[in-house]
Design a protein around this ligand. Structure first.
Ligand SMILES: [Cu+2]
Length: 271
């Protein structure tokens, strides 16, 4: 009964409105904060789910009907029918039509995710066994992002999701994410942002998001990548433009990409 109430409550209570992460007894998706994710949720809730429910009920009805109507006690001499052209054409054509109805909006969303608008901020995510590395190529920033161990968690930091160095991006700006890996396949995924892309060694995948709400959003590596696959979470902090500029100026000192700095230093020294 307690569980039931918890499930019931999750429908009405949006806890931590400005941080999205999985909740206990959650049903459905995390809160969408990008247009892409809203499209995905819409597609799932208003088209896929009704179709799936209708098909399940229909098949269940057919099975119950057949069990009762054609039971052995009522049919001592069973029919020898093996073919029925009309029925066979129907059970081929109707599923094809259903798939077509689903394919059109599905491809629309896929193409929208694929065409990247002009980027305001570019972030590169690199999957390692087992943590994420981030680069801001235009800002000369590079850092690693490790999960915080249970014993070191502070208040409000969700277990298995919080990281030491979060990536920070401005709100309402197009963020292009370049995704790659250094060792094995990983995948960079943040449900609230509607983003999931494989991180493949030796090639760069790209995607984008435009977060519409300030907050902290959590994701996880979504490609089975080894023993600590479950311990390389992703934390994206979406902040206002001013806060982003403040973070940038601090990060440029804290996370300066040493290789470039060193090179520049040598160039200066040789002059
Ligand atoms: Cu991984």
């Amino acid at each position: 009964m307690k569980k039931f109430f918890q499930i019931f409550l999750t429908f009405f209570v949006t806890s931590g409105a400005y941080a999205d992460q999985p909740k206990n007894w959650q049903l459905g998706f995390q809160e969408a904060v990008t247009e892409t994710m809203r499209d995905i949720v819409n597609f799932h809730d208003n088209l896929l789910l009704p179709i799936i429910i209708a098909i399940s009920i229909f098949v269940l009805f057919l099975m119950v009907y057949v069990c009762i109507r054609f039971r052995a006690s009522r049919n001592p001499n069973p029919s020898k029918t093996t073919h029925n052209v009309a029925v066979e054409v129907m059970w081929t054509l109707i599923p094809v039509l259903i798939l077509l109805v689903m394919a059109v909006p599905s491809f629309k969303i896929l193409y929208k995710q694929d065409s990247i608008p002009k980027a305001d901020v570019t972030v590169k995510a690199i999957g390692y066994q087992w943590y994420w590395g981030y680069e801001y190529p235009d800002e000369n920033i590079i850092f690693d992002s490790y999960m915080i161990e249970d014993k070191d968690l502070k208040e409000n930091q969700p277990r298995l999701l919080a990281v030491d160095n979060e990536i920070v991006v401005p709100v309402n700006k197009v963020v292009k994410v370049l995704i790659t890996a250094n060792d094995v396949l990983h995948a960079w995924a943040v449900p609230s942002l509607g983003v999931k892309r494989d991180a493949v060694p030796g090639r760069i995948n790209e995607t984008w998001f435009k977060a519409e709400k300030v907050g902290t959003y959590y994701g996880q590596c979504s490609e089975l990548c080894g023993i600590k696959h479950a311990f390389m979470p992703i934390t994206v902090r979406v902040v206002s433009e001013e806060d982003y500029q403040i973070w940038l100026s601090e990060a440029k000192i804290k996370f300066a990409n040493e290789i470039i700095v060193e090179k520049e230093y040598k160039q200066l020294a040789s002059k």
